[in-house]
Design a protein around this ligand. Structure first.
Ligand SMILES: *Cc1c(COP(=O)(O)O)cnc(C)c1O
Length: 362
């Protein structure tokens, strides 16, 4: 069976080495030494000042919204994983969808401007598939209208834009370290910001809002454990090799798929990509379904990322009519995009087989 992703597991002896230290110290969670070491290594790797390792890539989005006192409308992309929208609603804000660009499937700055109102407080955009949003245009709009910018960078680990980590942009950037992502800690995520006061708030929010007997604010439990940090310390040194292996598999797909019938999202200029996903776009949904069914028949399971377009989720209407904007580009793309299997040890023969099946399915 071949799935769309496969988790990377490091050498078991490396992990056991860290476990021995945990057994000696009996410090399992709550800002332990492995967590602190991972945070230091991540700050160096990503070149950012404030970074907090948390329990997942969803709670960090909630923390971002709450820490910046956002309570009204958040303009967001309909073409992302559902967590992007859900966190906005979970934090009692209203998601207002702005359609995506047909070229690279990231949020369209012109559409953002079109839906801004007096109640707009923030933009929450996703660097889809690890591709960069229109960062300069989005920042310009945010500056003009005094909006906060949050990037859901769940797909971006290891990607750089104009020589800096893609996670260093916006007021806040987040990343998921879920087992299926380019870099993972089994479960986990980070939140990155630049402002010292905001960082202090986020650090408190992660751990119930208090330090010892000093209570500062409400908080949540978004802490992560030494066991998760240990996995991160094992996987982080391998990231360059993992990305190189993905890149090679990209080139195999690129060389063999029939591009007369397919297209791919464009990549932003200035992007040093992490090869997180391999999305292909069919001419019609019927062609996508035919290819998917042919693959499923031989136990190959690509995924419809992202489907459905989030503005059409069945429960969205309950959250106000402004959440229910039509987004024709996203609705169309979500019917025609399929992510093919992509992971560092995917076999060449399997890529060949997948390409043959897809090319024959039209
Ligand atoms: C994976 C993902 C998330 C959620 O991350 P978790 O760590 O699974 O909570 C959020 N947004 C996007 C775009 C994702 O792909």
């Amino acid at each position: 069976m071949i799935n769309v992703t496969k988790s990377y597991l490091p050498d078991l002896d490396d992990y056991v080495g860290y476990l021995k230290g945990i057994w000696e110290r009996v410090h399992l969670t709550n800002n332990g030494p492995l967590l602190q070491e991972l945070e230091e290594q991540l700050k160096n790797y990503l070149g950012v000042k404030h970074l907090f390792f948390c329990s997942n890539g969803t709670v960090v989005l909630q923390m971002a919204i709450k820490a910046m006192n956002i309570t009204k409308e958040v303009i967001t992309t309909p073409f992302s994983y559902c967590a992007t929208t859900h966190t906005i609603i979970w934090e009692q804000c209203t998601p207002v969808f702005a359609d995506i660009l047909p070229s690279d499937y990231t949020i369209d700055p012109a559409q953002i401007e079109r839906v801004i109102t007096e109640d707009t407080e923030a933009i929450l955009a996703t660097h889809v598939y690890g591709n960069a949003c229109q960062i300069e245009a989005i920042q310009k709009i945010a500056d003009k209208h005094h909006l906060k910018v949050i990037y859901d960078g769940a797909h971006t680990f290891g990607a750089n834009y104009n020589g800096q980590s893609l996670l260093s942009y916006g007021d806040v950037s987040t990343c998921s370290f879920h087992a299926t992502k380019v870099f993972h800690t089994v479960e986990g995520g980070i939140i990155i910001c630049h402002d010292d006061a905001l960082a202090e708030k986020l650090s408190l929010y992660r751990s119930f809002g208090h330090r010892n007997d000093d209570y500062f604010d409400i908080g949540i439990n978004a802490k992560n454990s030494e066991f998760h940090a240990a996995m991160g310390l094992c996987v982080l040194p391998k990231v360059p090799d993992l990305i190189a292996a993905r890149k090679e598999r990209f080139s195999w797909y690129d060389a063999q798929l029939n591009w007369d019938k397919l297209s791919k999202p464009a990549q932003a200029e200035g992007l040093d990509y992490n090869y997180a996903y391999y999305p292909i776009t069919f001419t019609t949904e019927a062609e996508l379904l035919a290819a998917r069914d042919a693959l499923n028949e031989v136990k190959i399971f690509p995924r419809r990322y992202f489907y459905p377009s989030l503005n059409t989720l069945p429960f969205i209407q309950a959250y106000g009519s402004r959440s229910n904007q039509p987004c024709p580009v996203s609705e169309d793309m979500s019917l025609r995009v399929l992510c093919l299997p992509m992971y560092p040890d995917l076999d060449r023969t399997d890529v060949d087989r997948i390409c043959t099946i897809i090319n024959k399915s039209f």
